[in-house]
Design a protein around this ligand. Structure first.
Ligand code: C2E
Ligand code: CA
Ligand code: CA
Length: 389
């Protein structure tokens, strides 16, 4: 949040649920007595936090605050703390320490005891970084800085496009294109993943319509990554139904892609996925073989596809044991009537080997990196031309 000198942050008497960390500039704390006559209490500088009592009880503000100079503030919302109520979270620990220190200071002020030196600067860099990133992500979402890229999935037998995987990108005006590795963990740990997750569905629905409007002979399916938190959020299935109706799309044109980790949540996941499949969505299990699969669940899960993780694909030519594992995954898939997508194919040799072992579908840099949607449309058109020729 950026402010100019004189901008008011909050007024005495207002109810608040946010605290602020000063990243740049100075903030004045003051009491309104009469119009035009305000009594100045303190000037706060970089690294100091204010308004934090509101995080405890959403109480009314006991003073007003305004920017004294050009300022940059980090907003810390009560919800952000409540979501992390696990006391081992470094953000919660930092806020608890801060609040305890403030309470001690206030008690000493009231009792007239000598006050300890004010130690306002925060050293908990990790905690602050995580709150800052979360706020930046939220702001980026509000400013429409997220985009859905598509990475093609190729049919190894017909060489046609079988579909694509939707991959989230943060296109920041200042930092450029940011891949999810930098922010997906923070996003998935926060309840923001739910609204952003629905936005991802809607964006994929719009892109699917555009792909079908043009004469590209496109009949692929878009894979959409769904996090555990979103899948298990209240009303997921019914909200998805609403969105399908709103955009009048055919759910069969989409795959819900979940990772093996989701199996640790137990039977409730199976119920939700079964409902999605009944609606018409296909289901794909991502990162297969990376550790969490229980073969017992695998046979119970409503599945159409499994994705063989890149860690297998990249070693299939180098390591005969890996090759044996891949062969048995493909055998298992065949027995369970599942199609297999080989992920992270980078060379012709890897593609040939995976095809020889029985994988029908492939995705990887060999065919294309994830593409901005307008470029993906061009890619689909060029493949359609090649196949027709
Ligand atoms: P993932 O679902 O396993 O996605 C595949 C990742 O592998 C993508 O990274 C893709 O760009 C990368 N990749 C594809 N082909 C190759 C290749 O040939 N070589 C190499 N080295 N990498 C390849 P990306 O886009 O950075 O996404 C990383 C992860 O972030 C994804 O892993 C997924 O877990 C998560 N993610 C991405 N988009 C979303 C989303 O919309 N929602 C959710 N919940 N998670 C997402
Ligand atoms: Ca995926
Ligand atoms: Ca994967």
């Amino acid at each position: 949040m950026k402010l100019k000198p004189g901008d008011v942050i909050f007024r005495q008497g207002e109810v608040g649920d946010t605290a602020y960390l000063i990243e740049k500039g100075q903030v004045e704390v003051f009491h309104f007595k009469m119009p035009d006559d305000d009594s100045h209490i303190a000037v706060l500088g970089e690294g100091e936090i204010f308004g934090e009592m509101a995080l405890i009880d959403s109480s009314v503000r006991s003073a007003s605050t305004r920017a004294k100079t050009d300022c940059e503030l980090l907003v810390i919302k009560k919800d952000q703390l409540l979501e992390r109520l696990d006391a081992s979270d470094s953000v919660v620990q930092m806020m608890m320490r801060l609040l305890m220190r403030r309470l001690v200071q206030r008690t000493q002020q009231v009792s007239g005891l000598p006050q300890p030196p004010v130690e306002n600067h925060l050293h908990d860099k990790h905690a602050i970084d995580s709150i800052r990133l979360e706020s930046q992500i939220f702001e980026a979402f509000e400013n429409n800085e997220f985009e859905i890229y598509q990475q093609p999935i190729i049919d190894l037998v017909t060489h046609r496009i079988a579909g694509s995987e939707a991959l989230l990108r943060w296109v920041s005006p200042t930092m450029g294109v940011i891949a999810p590795g930098k922010f997906i963990d923070v996003l998935e740990a926060s309840s923001m993943i739910v609204p952003i997750g629905y936005w991802i569905f809607e964006e994929c629905f719009r892109q699917d319509k555009k792909l079908r409007e043009q004469d590209l002979k496109y009949d692929g399916a878009i894979s959409i990554n769904v996090s555990v938190r979103q899948l298990l959020s209240a009303g997921f299935v019914s909200h998805l139904k609403t969105l399908v109706n709103k955009h009048s799309v055919d759910p069969a044109n989409f795959k819900i892609e979940v990772t093996e980790r989701i199996l640790m949540e137990g039977g409730v996941v199976i119920d939700v996925l079964t409902d999605c499949r009944t609606m018409g969505f296909q289901i794909s299990l991502d990162d297969f073989g990376t550790g969490f699969s229980s073969l017992q669940y695998l046979s119970k899960m409503p599945l159409d596809y499994i994705k063989i993780d890149r860690s297998f694909v990249m070693n299939v030519l180098k390591d005969t044991k890996v090759k044996a594992v891949v062969r048995s995954i493909l055998f298992l898939a065949q027995q369970l009537n599942l199609k297999v997508i080989a992920e992270g194919i980078e060379t012709d040799l890897e593609a040939a080997e995976m095809r020889k072992l029985g994988s029908e579908l492939a995705q990887g840099y060999l065919y294309s990196r994830p593409l901005e949607f307008s470029n993906y449309l061009k890619f689909v058109a060029s493949v359609a031309q090649k196949v027709a020729a």
